[in-house]
Design a protein around this ligand. Structure first.
Ligand code: AHR
Length: 530
């Protein structure tokens, strides 16, 4: 962190109030933008999402044959349009816990011949009417890069190899020819593959010890890479800090054993306001950041001993993150209310802070996937007649559209608070965060455009903030987007939009502008510094 007092010396301040709020103004804060303080390139793959065969994510979500809102392939067109608004860069498929009892061969070929299976991860029946090729057709429509997970639970390393052959080999071997027989002449060329899902968790089918997982993942990865050397591999890390777990042991072993093999380590995080403690909840993404730093340290150490022959270091893939505490299980055998969280404004602020954390760690976090896309802990919620956009849709859409380029190390001076001891989520460890700034900030620069993302965690007060350009000047035109609502529990519903993005254009020139960030809000400022 830079010393604010030193760097401000000599700046000619041109104070300009560019925005006001109706809340009473509580505190003053400063944000300093220095274009030379670069963290790393923001990988657009941090704006990823996740489609799992679970509840109404696939069936009744993106795929709903026979519904008048669907096209001839069964894809819900209203859902597709909403999905496109998220600019989803990378979509993980088909699970999740589901993948650990999935045989991909059940989901290809003629639909009449596909078997219905008992699906043990979520206690449901899987019809297999949607599989690899349907997902790839959908991925093209949504303009996303696919990211597949192989089954390293009940599945074999051979099944994993054959899936890569089916999807990525042009012609010749049996499974490449089978794909062609299924109507897909050209390979799908799926570049990103994860080696199992949450294999550290006792709930995972085929759960392994870290040592056994590392061996199986290495051999699966070997066969997959022999089939297509261009693929990128993601190892299953551990971020499950439930009582008695030892996630850092798992990560140490897996990083060490796979340090020459994999390209990413996957981490997952779900938080929840289980104790109805607003200030603790909105600070909880800082724990994700702390875990990022811990794992980054382990990776850095392992990279000094690795033999990667000019390859990039291992990066972190937060390939599941979200708020999840209200609907924890399938609830019914039909699974029709599985994990159907309904989100409010405080949840949207947490999502904005997760995204801020990814940007602040852009040097190491190169993949992130919100879990999940539709209905199941999701930003889009459907019924048979339509859909609505949940509160968490809005920050994700804004970041994915605008927050690109280089992440900046921003100086923030804001009042702080302590959370005290609190539960991060269901079954999770407790945290006690000290000196949490009311303003949670990230910034990116792309050409001369600067994007500043600010969550004001204060529940009641706006925070008047001087935004300073260390070098150059704000050129005069600002576009301001704000996600907010009447109160922190405000929610959207069918036919009722309470929390959404509002935008305005403001004018102001100089090396300092002043803006009042409203209480409980997420604000994105688009500016130019010249
Ligand atoms: O996203 C819901 C579930 O959460 C996934 O299936 C699993 O990987 C995680 O525990």
């Amino acid at each position: 962190m830079i010393d604010f007092k030193k760097i401000t010396t000599g700046l000619a301040f041109c104070s300009l109030m560019i925005g006001f709020s109706t809340n009473s103004l509580a505190q003053n804060a400063r944000i300093k933008i220095d274009l030379d303080r670069k963290i790393g390139e923001v990988d657009k793959k941090i704006y990823g999402n996740f489609v799992e065969h679970l509840g109404r994510c696939v069936y009744g979500g993106i795929y709903d044959p026979g519904n008048p809102l669907s096209d001839e392939n069964g894809f819900r067109l209203d859902v597709l349009e909403a999905v496109k608004g998220l600019n989803v860069s990378l979509t993980r498929y088909p699970g999740g816990n589901f993948v650990s009892n999935y045989n991909w061969k059940d989901g290809v070929g003629s639909k009449e011949d596909r078997p219905t299976r008992l699906e043990l991860a979520w206690s449901r029946l899987e019809s297999n009417q949607f599989g690899t090729n349907e997902f790839m057709d959908y991925a093209k429509l949504m303009n996303t890069e696919p990211y597949f997970a192989v089954n390293l639970g009940t599945g074999s390393i051979l099944e994993a190899q054959q899936w890569v052959e089916y999807t990525n080999v042009e012609s010749g071997p049996y499974y490449a020819e089978l794909r062609k027989k299924h109507g897909y002449e050209k390979p799908h060329n799926i570049k990103y593959w994860s080696l199992g899902n949450e294999m550290d968790g006792p709930w995972q089918m085929g759960h392994l010890s870290a040592e056994d997982y590392a061996k199986k993942a290495r051999e699966a990865g070997k066969l997959m890479k022999l089939t297509d050397p261009s693929i990128k591999l993601v190892a299953a890390g551990s971020s499950n800090f439930y009582p008695g777990a030892n996630p850092m042991h798992w990560n140490r072993v897996v990083i060490d054993e796979l340090k020459d093999v994999v390209d990413y380590l996957a981490l997952h995080m779900y938080v929840g306001n289980v104790e109805d403690n607003y200030y603790a909840f909105v600070a909880s993404p800082l724990v994700l950041e702390e875990r990022t730093h811990l794992v980054k340290g382990m990776i850095d150490e392992a990279m000094t001993r690795a033999n990667r022959k000019g390859k990039d270091p291992i990066y972190i893939a937060w390939d599941e993150y979200n708020i999840w505490y209200r609907w924890r299980s399938s609830e019914t055998m039909s699974g029709d209310i599985a994990l159907e969280e309904r989100y409010n404004l405080e949840d949207a602020l947490v999502i904005a802070s997760f995204l801020n954390a990814f940007i602040r760690n852009a040097d190491v976090v190169k993949i992130a996937n919100m879990a999940q896309l539709v209905n199941v802990i999701a930003p889009i919620f459907t019924n048979e007649e339509g859909l609505f956009l949940q509160t968490i849709y809005h920050p994700l859409a804004l970041f994915a559209q605008y927050a690109h380029g280089t992440a900046l190390d921003v100086f923030v001076d804001s009042e702080t608070y302590n959370t005290g001891d609190f539960a991060l989520g269901l079954g999770e460890q407790r945290a006690d965060l000290k000196n949490v700034p009311y303003l949670d900030v990230s910034a990116t620069v792309n050409g001369d455009e600067v994007i500043i993302n600010v969550v004001n965690r204060h529940k009641d007060k706006a925070i008047t903030t001087d935004i300073l350009a260390f070098e150059g000047e704000f050129s005069g035109d600002f576009e301001v987007f704000e996600v907010n609502g009447p109160d922190i529990k405000a929610m959207n519903d069918f036919g009722k939009t309470t929390v959404e993005t509002k935008s305005k254009s403001l004018k102001g020139k100089g090396d300092k502008v002043t803006y009042a960030f409203p209480a409980h809000s997420y604000t994105m400022i688009r500016a130019k510094i010249k």
